[in-house]
Design a protein around this ligand. Structure first.
Ligand SMILES: [Zn+2]
Length: 409
C-alpha cells in the first residue's frame, strides 16, 4: 500500500515535534536493515550496550513502594526478564528484588496496575526455576481474584489498566508461558463472558446498542483508546479469540470494530472518547497507536484486508505525528509509538515499517532532556520512564518477536 500521505496530518502541532527523519526508501533503509533484521552497524545496535550500562545503575538501584508493572518495580523486573529470560541467577534476582509479593495489597486486579502483574511474572519465573511452592502460591492468589472478576454485579470496570481486560491478560500471559497452562478454559471463558455481558448491558442501558453491540464506560466517559477504552478491550478479546464463539466474533466483535472505525477523524487519527471532538493524542494510551493493534489483530483473526488498510492509515498518522512532546515513554511517548511499527512489520513483513521503528528507536536512544515537556513522575518505570525505551532497544534487535510488554501476548 502506498505510504505517501498528502492530507494534512498535523492539525495540532502543539502536541508533537515535526518528524525530521527521511521516510523509507530502499536506499534510506540499506544502512539499517539486513535480511529483515536490524544491522549490527546501526546506532541502536552499536550503542545499545553503552546505553544499557549507563542506564543500569539508575534502573538497578531503584527502589519503590509501588509494586506494579506500570509504574513500579515489577515493570523493571519485566525488563530484566526480557534481557536474560533463561539466566537462573537473573531470575532469582528479579523475584527477590522487583516482585515484592509480601507487599501486595490485594487491591487492584490487572496485569499493569494491580497485583496480577507481579503475581503473573512471579508465577512464570517460579515455573522456570522449578519452585513449586511459590508458583502454587501465585496461582492460588490469581485464582482468588477470578470470583470477583467474573461476577457482573458491582462496579468493576472492563478497561485494560484497571478492569477485566487487564486481568484477562494476566491469565493469558501465565498460560502462554507455563506448560501445562494452569488456568482452565472455563476460567478464561468466564472472564470473557463477563466482559461481553457487561459491554452489552452498558450499550443497552445507554440506548446505543443499535450501533454498538458493546459499549463500556470508565469514570463516566466512553473511552475508545488502548489503555481505558473500547479498542483496547477488543484487542484483548481478539487475542483471546479461541475462547469466543464464531457467532460472537461475527455478531459482536466485527460490528463493534465497524462502529469504532466510523469515529475516525478525517486526519486518520481517533478520538480518546466518544464526544471528544479534538484531534489531540497520538500515543499508545489514546488515539491511533492503540487502534493499530486492534486492526492488526482483526486482520489476523478475519483475514480481511480492510483491517490491514485501516492499520496502515494509523501507522502513517504515527509516523507524522508520533514524535510526541510528552517524551519517550511506552504509555504516551515515542517508544510506545515505535512498537506500532514493529507490530506492522510483523503483520505485513514490509521493511518500511521496520525502518520507521528504527528511526523512532534512534530518537529514544538520542533523547535529550531539553526536548522534555512533561517530566515523568516515575522516571525509572516501564510505562512512564526509561525502562520502556530500554525494553524497546532490546526488543528491536529481534523485530520479528518483539512484543509491547504487558499488552501483546
Ligand atoms: Zn499514557
Amino acid at each position: 500500500m502506498d505510504s505517501s500521505v498528502s492530507q494534512p496530518l498535523s492539525p495540532n502541532a502543539k502536541y508533537h515535534f515535526k518528524n525530521e527523519y527521511d521516510d523509507y526508501t530502499e536506499n534510506n533503509a540499506k544502512p539499517h536493515i539486513e535480511n529483515h533484521t536490524v544491522s549490527a552497524t546501526t546506532k541502536i545496535t552499536s550503542k545499545l550496550i553503552k546505553k544499557w550500562e549507563s542506564t543500569l545503575d539508575e534502573v538497578e538501584n531503584w527502589t519503590s513502594t509501588d509494586s506494579t508493572v506500570y509504574t513500579g518495580t515489577a515493570g523493571v523486573g519485566l525488563l530484566f526478564f526480557r534481557k536474560a529470560p533463561n539466566d537462573t541467577q537473573n531470575l532469582r534476582n528479579i523475584r527477590k528484588k522487583y516482585l515484592q509479593l509480601e507487599q501486595l495489597k490485594n487491591r487492584r486486579i490487572t496485569f499493569l496496575c494491580g497485583d496480577a502483574g507481579p503475581l503473573s511474572l512471579a508465577a512464570v519465573i517460579s515455573y522456570k526455576l522449578e519452585d513449586k511452592k511459590i508458583f502454587d502460591f501465585c496461582i492460588r492468589k490469581l485464582m482468588a481474584f477470578v470470583k470477583v472478576v467474573k461476577s457482573t454485579e458491582g462496579e468493576l470496570p472492563n478497561e485494560y489498566l484497571y478492569g477485566r481486560a487487564g486481568f484477562l491478560f494476566a491469565l493469558l500471559y501465565v498460560n502462554k508461558h507455563v506448560s501445562p497452562p494452569p488456568f482452565a478454559e472455563s476460567v478464561i471463558r468466564s472472564i470473557v463472558s463477563a466482559i461481553l455481558f457487561s459491554g452489552q448491558k452498558t450499550a443497552k442501558n445507554l440506548k446505543m446498542d443499535k450501533d454498538w453491540p458493546l459499549m463500556f464506560e470508565w469514570h463516566s466517559s466512553k473511552y475508545l483508546g488502548a489503555a481505558h477504552g473500547l479498542s483496547g478491550i477488543i484487542y484483548l478479546l481478539l487475542q483471546a479469540r479461541q475462547y469466543l464463539t464464531e457467532e460472537e466474533l461475527t455478531t459482536i466483535i466485527k460490528p463493534t470494530i465497524a462502529s469504532l472505525s466510523k469515529t475516525r477523524f478525517p486526519t486518520g487519527n481517533f478520538p480518546s472518547s466518544i464526544g471528544a471532538g479534538k484531534d489531540k493524542y497520538v500515543q499508545w494510551c489514546h488515539g491511533a497507536p492503540g487502534f493499530l493493534y486492534m486492526y492488526c489483530e482483526a486482520y489476523r483473526a478475519f483475514g480481511d484486508t480492510h483491517y490491514l488498510y485501516a492499520a496502515e492509515k494509523c501507522a502513517d498518522v504515527i509516523w507524522f505525528r508520533g514524535i510526541v512532546k510528552k517524551g519517550y515513554s511506552l504509555c504516551h511517548g515515542v517508544a510506545g509509538n515505535a512498537y506500532c511499527f514493529l507490530e506492522m512489520f510483523q503483520t505485513t513483513k514490509a521493511e518500511r515499517h521496520l525502518y520507521r521503528a528504527i528511526k523512532f528507536a534512534e530518537y529514544c536512544l538520542e533523547y535529550t532532556k531539553d526536548r522534555e515537556e512533561c517530566v515523568p513522575d516515575r522516571p525509572v518505570s516501564l510505562y512512564e520512564g526509561i525502562s520502556g525505551p530500554m525494553y524497546l532497544l532490546l526488543d528491536i534487535q529481534d523485530p520479528v518477536n518483539a512484543k509491547f510488554p504487558g499488552f501483546t501476548l
